[in-house]
Design a protein around this ligand. Structure first.
Ligand code: MG
Length: 349
């Protein structure tokens, strides 16, 4: 994958297949560089310098062809002639900046040395300029400088992507947080409506967690939440099944392509797993160890959207608590019709 110092490589056709090379000042990506100039001679000359530097040149004689290439190829840098018939370089730059969402550096090639002219170029969205006649050393240096910026931008984009992923993770337990859950649920709900496959969720609320925190302290409380999420996660065997921390001591399991009885089976397994894990909770009136109340629902109860699905599961949790905790309860449509949902009641103490 890596090639020696770029100056040692003379075969430019070979270079087109490579992603990186080594230079005296480190690695850089090979770039796809577009030259837009109405002069055939200029296109040829600039392309040759680009190819010598190990990059891949693309050429266009004007705006129309230039825009076509931009649409089809992943261009990293543009050399733009300013003086062109039909649409000049400034106008075309403005158009590209308007159309393209991501930033591509644009360097003008211009014969004018007037200050006002150069200012206009930068204002129209250009990043730099090179005076004609073209000096190959200057052009090569500008390409190298731009390669560094392009690489930095790629790294920044990658960092932003992983940051976004991190912001979907709960810092304490390392599982998905509520935001991540909402995103996954939205996506899975879309799949469900398209593919007509049943989707289930299990809502979990740790029993008497306030008593745990009050008596053992918040540090043990945090430890307990971590242990709890590990125990629950170990009960999920399929890669698409997701456990998320909904907030505080509330958790939720997303089960795409799962029928209600499959979700109920997971409910049973969780009750057993918690009994085996025996995370001590001597202040719980339910059991000497940590237990949870669960509410289960699925798309079969014709929730009109994913938000209603979560509300149904929440109502079922309320029922499980009312029935004595350390159990799961399945959502019953009747409950809602009679208005005995959680919203109509006080939360249990
Ligand atoms: Mg020209």
């Amino acid at each position: 994958m890596y090639q020696g110092a770029c100056t040692d490589v003379s075969n430019t056709k070979l270079l087109k297949k490579q992603t990186y090379f080594i230079t005296s000042d480190g690695y850089f990506s090979t770039m796809n560089i577009l030259v837009i100039d109405d002069s055939k001679l200029m296109r040829k000359m600039v392309s040759a310098i680009i190819a010598d530097g190990g990059h891949t040149p693309f050429t266009a004689s004007g705006a129309e062809r230039g825009l076509q290439i931009l649409e089809k190829a992943a261009i990293d840098l543009i050399f733009m002639d300013v003086e062109m018939p039909k649409m000049n370089g400034f106008e075309l730059t403005r158009l590209i900046r308007k159309q393209k969402q991501s930033w591509i550096p644009i360097i003008f090639l211009t014969a004018s040395t007037e200050d006002a002219h150069l200012t206009r170029g930068i204002e129209s969205g250009g990043d730099d300029y090179i005076m004609k006649p073209i000096n190959s050393v200057v052009l090569d240096a500008k390409i190298k400088a731009m390669a560094r910026i392009v690489n930095m931008k790629k790294e920044l984009d990658a960092a932003n992507r992983s940051l976004l992923q991190l912001s979907n993770i709960d810092a304490l337990t390392g599982i998905m947080n509520r935001r991540g859950f909402n995103e996954s649920l939205k996506r899975d709900w879309k799949n469900h409506t398209r593919e007509k496959k049943e989707i289930s969720i299990v809502f979990l609320d740790i029993d008497n967690f306030k008593a745990f925190n009050d008596n053992y302290g918040h540090q043990r409380g945090d430890e307990c939440l971590k242990q709890f999420s590990t125990v629950i996660n170990s009960q999920l065997k399929r890669p698409l099944d997701t456990l998320a921390r909904y907030g505080g001591e509330e958790f939720v399991i997303l089960l795409p392509n799962t029928a209600l009885d499959g979700a109920a089976l997971i409910g049973l397994k969780i009750i057993d797993a918690l009994a085996n894990a025996k995370i001590p909770h001597q202040f719980s009136p339910v059991a000497p160890y940590l237990t949870a109340s669960m509410g289960i629902t699925s798309s079969r109860f014709s929730a009109k959207n994913e938000t209603v699905l979560v509300q149904q599961a929440d109502q079922a949790v309320y029922k499980a608590k009312k029935q004595g905790r350390n159990r799961y309860s399945v959502y019953e449509p009747k409950l809602q019709e009679e208005g005995i949902g959680r919203l109509m009641n006080q939360s249990p103490s």
